[in-house]
Design a protein around this ligand. Structure first.
Ligand code: GLN
Length: 305
């Protein structure tokens, strides 16, 4: 399976400019003709750092039918691959126009034929999301004693010809509201219970580096962030499974109103308790990272305990 992560630096509210930025990167990348999946960051074209519902309102898109979804449909058909993209969703009242509308931080996945295959609403919200979005429907009722139940948070299931996949958005891999125990590993446990060989997380992950530090060695990853991500998949490492599990972490880079993003998009393989890394984008690098899961990963990170 061939995967591409389009890492770039969108700016808050500059939708047209952000689209042009993403397209320019795609045009400068040799996209393999047999690419299976192109993954974009969380809230890819709206930007991420909105402080209120009022601020994000002009950029909300109707469920799986706004500008991000339409763009993904065109690109999916053009490259004949699946496309997953994050966008700020507002629900469309089904019958009564006075029905309450709800906002979600969502990702939509499109098939190579341009059909909407899956729509997922972020379960675990980060502080910024809480100012405008509601939790995905299954979040509150998550039942860790039976993580495969339909009430579980996150998505785990068949995703077209990609097969069994677990999907999440950024904060989903953290402990719920940062108050659940670290060792609950809600997201990794769900992926493990569902036995998904492929896990994909679309992100706008922040980092603690200063703007100056971020600009130094832009093509080097932020190792602390990558190590943190790997740590959040520890249950899969400790399971020492014979069958490999692939984890796609598609982040954004750049800055918004003083907030710095970690870039460092990466694809990881976890097999028999060993974690290895195929390739990692730099922390401040706009690029389309392409990984063939059939290749040998470049770096071994560490073995399970
Ligand atoms: N914990 C993540 C971070 O620190 C969450 C951000 C997000 O959900 N976008 O970046």
């Amino acid at each position: 399976m061939k995967i591409a992560c389009l890492q770039f630096a969108p700016e808050v509210g500059l939708v047209q400019q952000n689209i042009q930025r993403a397209e320019a990167i795609l045009q400068n990348t040799r996209i393999p003709s047999d690419l299976d999946w192109l993954v974009l960051p969380e809230l890819a074209f709206s930007g991420y750092n909105f402080q209120s519902l009022e601020e994000i309102r002009p950029f909300l898109e109707p469920t799986a039918s706004g500008i991000s979804t339409q763009w993904a449909q065109q690109v999916a058909k053009h490259y004949h691959c699946h496309v997953t993209i994050g966008y700020p969703e507002i629900t469309v009242p089904e019958t009564n126009p006075h029905d309450l509308q709800t906002q979600y931080n969502s990702i939509v996945t499109i098939s190579p034929q341009g059909m909407v295959l899956n729509h997922y609403r972020k379960s675990f919200l980060y502080y910024t999301d809480e100012t405008w979005a509601s939790e995905g429907p299954a979040s509150k009722s998550h039942n860790l004693s039976n993580p495969a139940s339909p009430d579980s948070p996150f998505f785990a299931g068949e995703l077209g010809t990609l097969g069994k996949v677990t999907l999440g958005i950024c904060m989903d891999i953290n402990p719920y509201k940062f108050t659940a125990p670290w060792s609950a590993y809600e997201f990794a446990s769900r992926a493990q219970a569902a036995q998904s060989p492929v896990i994909c997380v679309s992100m706008a992950w922040l980092c603690h580096l200063t703007p100056l530090e971020l600009a130094q060695d832009p093509s080097q990853p932020d190792v602390a962030t990558v190590a943190y991500w790997v740590e959040r998949f520890q249950p899969l490492v400790e399971a020492r499974g014979e069958k490999p599990v692939y984890v796609i972490l598609a982040n954004r880079c750049g800055m918004e109103k003083g907030v710095c993003y970690a870039g460092s998009s990466t694809v990881i393989k976890i097999e028999k308790g060993v974690v290895s890394l195929y390739e990692t984008a730099g922390k401040s690098e706009e690029k389309c990272l392409i990984v063939d899961l059939a290749d040998r990963p470049k770096f071994q990170v560490r073995s399970g305990r």
